[in-house]
Ligand binder design. Structure first.
Ligand SMILES: Cc1cc2nc3c(=O)[nH]c(=O)nc-3n(C[C@H](O)[C@H](O)[C@H](O)COP(=O)(O)OP(=O)(O)OC[C@H]3O[C@@H](n4cnc5c(N)ncnc54)[C@H](O)[C@@H]3O)c2cc1C
Length: 604
């Protein structure tokens, strides 16, 4: 049985991006938010360290400095018009969150407190180095639970403004007619019923797809559903070769230890007890951008300097160690006094981190260093959009009427080839808000067609195929093989041989996926079925990622090719667009928008 619903706008995803859009659209139209998770369980709630905005509450700062850092951090692949919008609007958006009730940490003067984060800098010229920059305090934070606070605040505001929620509904398809999106098809997890939503505007805010890799900071639910659905309906995926590996995941587990640890003074040490980052980033050392730090860790391990000869190093926030390095660096507070950290600071400003390492490793960060390794973390690429969240389907910027996207599933592109820490939360609130407003502004001009009679047919068939008897392949095994393959061959460092192997391996897994068998044939809470469907999403996105990475013959940001170690602006200063076709992935390219910041060599 198919149940039908009608809304002005449907938003898929109840993380920061979806809720920000819903809140801004709800004042003017009937909005539904559909989420496979209970909203406050969205991954935004796991974000720890902070949200960047050039408030200048602790030291001088300007949104243009934030924009410069973002463009440089993205290795000049960002669309600079979008970056300018983000960094400019960030200030207002953070204040809007404050007024909505978000409990930020405060300075002694009662303003929103700010801390240092990787790649966020201010000019600090010296006679022999006029371009010198040092870390700036730009990340607004609520202890190390910033995302949790954003999510709770936005959810409460959405309830207050009458947004209608469909919790534990899994969207499996969009309805496209004459090139326009007319709504979505969803599976009600509690009942196994199929629901069709007709909506003038439809928005994806479905988050990332880090479950493609073995060691990842991403929640189990991050399987790229929105991206895969769009891809199957003709939308290309932009810049998929750029995936971020965060330097500090707990060894083997991948659980994230926020960059805020290094923002508070934490340092990285190899097996000789050497602080190795100054060799890779002489100016900002441990606070270089993530791609640089992840590669440095990889190089240390390769040179035999991992702890105990293994593939990890230490992240150290023990006050006696950190204070020693503060003295060595001559680190000062804004008022000129020597910088210091105490055990109480660690416990107060990083309570969740302290909890995680206690729970998972049985250690106290105040008295012991933490074993870490890079962990798959964030998708710079995704569904291409304009600066108002409208989904763009080709290199001529053609828009698919009725379809919008924002947040991690989207690519505006503000992160280019490498995202700076704290810039995702800004992206969510700034572009979630813009997409919410754009949907309302566009509503009257969007198609009024009735739904096609067979709107739910594709979904019914896809699920029936997975439920059919006689399959021979297991979801858990295929997923494990995919994660191993992506980690081995599409990881921090890449080369043509490994990537060619990866593409062939993924295609072989896609073939085997056609013969998958599941045990649960029930209607209620059939996780077996949904995990099988999600694996299909991961496989399709892995294929685009590997093909895009193989095609891009240069190193830029998060994409490091051993066989093409340099950035090549002449040939590759362009965005990739990967299309799904019957013959495999087809790549096309489109130019990067440059406004004020011409490409330069990137040194930290
Ligand atoms: C551990 C961790 C720490 C982080 N820390 C920071 C930080 O300090 N600062 C920062 O800027 N960034 C941080 N990030 C990144 C940032 O948190 C994420 O990029 C961001 O929260 C993504 O938000 P989103 O709204 O796009 O999606 P999410 O918050 O991931 O929400 C996705 C939503 O989509 C729904 N959904 C997905 N698929 C379907 C489907 N098929 N049907 C229905 N609903 C669906 C889910 O139910 C969920 O509601 C961190 C990320 C992680 C993993």
């Amino acid at each position: 049985m198919t149940v039908q619903h009608h809304f002005d706008a449907v938003i898929v995803g109840a993380g920061g991006a979806g809720l920000m859009a819903a809140l801004n659209a709800s004042k003017h139209a009937r909005i539904a938010v559909i989420s496979k998770l209970y909203p406050s369980r969205s991954h935004t709630g796991a974000a720890q360290g902070g949200i960047a905005a050039a408030l200048g509450n602790v030291e001088e700062d300007h949104w243009e400095w934030h924009a410069f850092d973002t463009v440089k951090g993205g290795d000049y692949l960002c669309d600079q018009d979008a970056v300018e919008v983000m960094c400019h609007d960030a200030v207002e958006a953070v204040i809007e969150l404050e007024h909505a009730g978000l409990p930020f940490n405060r300075t002694s003067a009662g303003k929103i407190d700010q801390r240092r984060f990787g790649g966020h800098t201010r000019p600090a010229p010296t006679d022999d180095n006029p371009d010198r920059r040092v870390a700036v305090q730009r990340a607004c934070y609520a202890a190390d639970r910033t995302g949790h606070m954003i999510l709770q605040t936005l959810y409460q505001q959405c309830i207050k403004h009458g947004v209608q929620f469909f919790d534990e509904f899994q969207v499996v398809d969009i309805i496209v007619k004459n090139g326009a999106c007319l709504g979505v098809v969803a599976y009600e997890i509690d009942s196994g019923e199929i629901h069709v939503f007709r909506s003038r505007a439809t928005m994806f805010a479905t988050g990332g797809f880090g479950r493609m890799w073995k060691v990842t900071s991403n929640a189990y639910s991050l399987t790229g559903d929105g991206n895969a659905i769009a891809l199957r309906r003709g939308v290309p995926m932009e810049d998929m070769e750029f995936y971020q590996f965060h330097p500090t995941g707990i060894y083997k587990l991948g659980v994230l230890l926020t960059e805020g640890v290094r923002g508070e003074g934490g340092i990285l040490l190899n097996k000789d007890g050497e602080r190795f980052m100054p060799r890779y980033a002489p100016s900002i050392k441990d606070l270089a951008s993530r791609d640089v730090v992840s590669r440095a860790i990889f190089q240390e391990v390769k040179a035999g300097r991992g702890i105990d000869g293994k593939d990890y190093v230490y992240l150290d926030i023990r006050p006696e160690v950190v204070n020693r390095y503060f003295d060595e660096d001559g680190a000062k507070n804004v008022d000129g006094t020597p910088r210091r950290i105490t055990a109480e600071d660690v416990r107060k400003k990083l309570p969740d981190i302290s909890d995680f390492v206690e729970t998972y490793l049985g250690i106290d960060p105040v008295t012991a260093p933490m074993p870490i390794q890079p962990t798959a973390h964030y998708a710079m690429g995704g569904i291409p959009t304009d600066i108002d969240g409208r989904v763009v389907i080709d290199e001529k910027s053609t828009v698919m009427p009725g379809l919008y996207a924002a947040g991690e599933c989207a690519c505006v592109s503000v992160h280019g080839a490498n995202r700076l820490g704290t810039n995702s939360l800004v992206d969510l609130v700034v572009f979630g808000r813009r997409a919410g407003k754009a949907m309302i502004a566009d509503l009257d001009g969007l198609p009024t067609d009735d739904l096609p009679a067979d709107a739910a047919e594709y979904t019914a068939e896809a699920l029936a195929r997975l439920l059919a008897d006689g399959g021979t392949e297991r979801v858990a095994i295929l997923r494990r093989e995919l994660q191993q393959l992506m980690t081995d061959d599409v990881g921090v460092y890449r080369n043509a041989g490994d990537l060619t192997k990866a593409v062939a391996g993924i295609r072989a897994l896609q073939e085997r996926y056609k013969h998958v068998a599941i045990d649960d044939h029930g209607k209620r809470f059939n996780q077996d079925l949904l995990e099988a469907w999600e694996l299909g999403c991961l496989l399709d996105l892995a294929e685009v990622t590997a093909v895009a990475a193989l095609e891009r013959q240069e190193s830029r940001g998060g994409h490091a090719r051993e066989d093409f170690p340099d950035r090549d602006d002449g040939a590759w200063l362009k965005h990739s667009l990967g299309y799904q076709t019957a013959q495999g992935v087809e790549m096309r390219y489109k130019p990067v928008t440059i406004t004020k910041y011409p490409p330069k060599a990137r040194v930290y």
